[in-house]
Write a protein that binds this ligand. Structure first.
Ligand code: ATP
Ligand code: MG
Length: 416
């Protein structure tokens, strides 16, 4: 892909509205553009990363046999009346009226709609368990939208819902999601901890929050340096340096922001909305439910908040918009342009995604923008191709490598 054709509106200065480093860099590097408070456009760079996060999620959820669907954002108020949340959800719920004066919710979450969809269908124990999910734009009129994509009023969420005949089955699926979430966040390159929590206003019993560790987080997490023990400071008031309750390692503190949440909902919605099945003995029972969310757009920003330096973003390779940034020093030199285009083809054949900076700009500008955008590998094509060598630099290292052209692909493969 030629950079001259790929829309990357970089900014020289930090925008005034930016509140944290990832926010500054995402705006400056041309990943996102704010349209109103908490409402952003995902520009081409961010969208490519978001698609990669989504693919990781899809791959991990396929392993646990969850089926993808897509529900509407516009939800008739009647469903929210049934669950009792039309009142309870308060001002965070965005509402609208159609031309016939009928009320709608603009979906902040989909428990009501999914329960409506499965009721009367999942009507026998023989059809259970079932897990459904979607990846969709959600709307919440947050009191304080802030930190860019971290707390938006419009954001992308993966939400999943599972339906069961008994609590053992719910436990099993809940554990599978726990594992899937660990896999997803690890693959995205996130430093995170799974924290058991109380389930807030959704109701139900067990729940677990996956917290990305970052200084801009709103919660303080106590965790062990040597095991997966982690808890909210409010729940476990352990000082730094204390012995971990599980006996493994010492306690550390960190700020965290929730990137994922798994809940055992129980029968809160099925009871309110009369979604029942017939059990093995012929008795009607409320469906037992679980629900599982991931803040997809928040994950992107949390990854960037954890992976940057004084020059810009350092994208982990799994979710980088492209793998390789080719910088053509002199786009007016035919041999450099031709070389770049042949190299692009070779790299594409080797399964790499490539962005070529073909713009007529000073090399200094190209290098600093490449650092800002943060693709994992930078290859510079200049006069030295005449000597049969090429410069390769990894974004997370300071050294530059002079590599023989013939050995380039192998050199990159070793790293990637
Ligand atoms: P928070 O406590 O951060 O407000 P929540 O508990 O209200 O989040 P859930 O209803 O559990 O959020 O939604 C599932 C996931 O969606 C969250 O784990 C989070 O990653 C993400 N999310 C929630 N609200 C927002 C938002 N305003 N902007 C971006 N992502 C969000
Ligand atoms: Mg939550």
């Amino acid at each position: 892909m030629k950079q001259s054709k790929f829309f990357i509106p970089t900014l020289k200065d930090s925008p005034k509205e930016a509140e944290c480093q990832s926010h500054i860099y995402m705006l400056r590097a041309g990943y996102i553009k704010q349209i109103a408070a908490g409402i952003y456009t995902y520009l081409p760079l961010a969208l490519r990363s978001i698609k990669k996060i989504e693919q990781i999620i899809r791959a991990e959820l396929a392993k646990i046999e969850a089926a993808e669907l897509l529900m509407p954002s516009l939800q008739p108020s009647e469903l929210w009346q049934e669950s009792g949340r039309w009142q309870k959800y308060g001002d965070t719920l965005m509402r609208m009226k159609d031309r016939h004066d009928r009320d709608f919710a603009i979906g902040p979450t989909h428990e009501e709609v999914i329960t409506y969809i499965v009721r009367d269908v999942l009507n026998s124990y023989k059809k259970l368990p079932v897990t459904l999910y979607q990846i969709q734009t959600k709307f919440r009129d947050e009191l304080r939208p802030r930190f860019g994509l971290m707390r938006g009023r419009e954001f992308i969420m993966k939400d999943a819902y599972s339906f069961h005949a008994d609590t053992d089955s719910l436990d099993e699926t809940y554990q599978e999601f726990n594992q899937a979430y660990n896999n997803i966040f690890t693959r995205c390159g996130l430093k995170f901890r799974a924290v058991k929590a109380d389930s807030g206003n959704i109701g139900g019993s067990e729940s677990c929050e996956f917290m990305a560790l970052t200084d801009i987080g709103e919660d303080t997490i106590v965790y062990a340096n040597n095991s997966d023990f982690a808890a909210n400071l409010e729940v476990y008031n352990l000082p730094i340096g204390a012995k971990s309750p599980d006996g493994n390692g010492t306690i550390m503190h960190a700020k965290g922001i929730e990137v994922g949440h798994i809940f055992k909902l129980g029968t809160v919605y099925s009871e309110a909305m009369k979604a029942q099945f017939t059990d093995e003995t012929g008795v009607r029972q409320d469906l037992i439910m679980g629900c599982y969310g991931i803040g997809v757009s928040r994950v992107l920003m949390a990854v960037i908040e954890q992976n940057h330096d004084e020059f810009g973003i350092m994208m982990p390779k799994t979710i980088a918009p492209f793998d390789i940034h080719i910088i053509v020093i002199d786009p007016k030199a035919d041999n450099q342009v031709k070389f770049a285009s042949e190299l692009e083809n070779t790299l594409i054949k080797a399964q790499y995604e490539v962005l070529i900076d073909d713009r007529i700009e000073r090399p200094g500008v190209k290098f600093s923008e490449a650092d800002l955008i943060g693709l994992p590998i930078r290859i510079t094509i200049g006069k030295n191709i005449e000597k049969g060598v090429i410069e390769v630099k990894f974004r997370n290292e300071l050294v530059k490598h002079e590599v023989e052209i013939a050995k380039l692909i192998n050199f990159i493969k070793e790293y990637y």
